[in-house]
Design a protein around this ligand. Structure first.
Ligand code: AMP
Ligand code: ZN
Length: 114
């Protein structure tokens, strides 16, 4: 957990461009954006992936989505549309083992993802 880059972003050890923060979650701009609007929303609690979710994390995860509805207003993409996705494991394309939700918008997104 100590060498988790997202935990380091939460602690401030690694800088980030924050777009939202409260006691449960942090949202910041993705360093390698795939769309004009691309932020990550992460729980402050270190949870490795969707596979590690516990009953007790239910409030945190629902909070992520409530917060997203505010962030999209801030980013100006609430009406144009957006996508929220979490990648899990190798086939899912997860590269950082701290659960995170990609929020993408600002362009027409393709479906299905590659
Ligand atoms: P995933 O591939 O789903 O695990 O997503 C990890 C995401 O974290 C990628 O989109 C990276 O661009 C992003 N990322 C990695 N390091 C940083 C960082 N220091 N600040 C912001 N975003 C990051
Ligand atoms: Zn972490």
């Amino acid at each position: 957990m100590n060498d988790c880059i997202f935990c380091k972003i939460i602690s401030g050890e690694i800088p980030s461009e924050k777009v939202y923060e409260d006691e449960l979650v942090l949202s910041f701009k993705d360093i390698s954006p795939e769309a004009p609007a691309h932020v990550l929303i992460i729980p402050k609690k270190h949870i490795s992936s969707l596979n590690e979710l516990k009953e007790e994390d239910e409030k945190i995860i629902s909070h992520v989505f409530m917060v997203a509805t505010e962030i999209v207003k801030k980013l100006g993409i609430a009406d144009s549309g957006y996508r929220i996705v979490t990648n899990c494991g190798e086939d899912g394309g997860q590269t950082v083992s701290h659960i995170h939700f990609h929020l993408l918008g600002g362009r027409s997104l393709q479906w299905p993802p590659g």
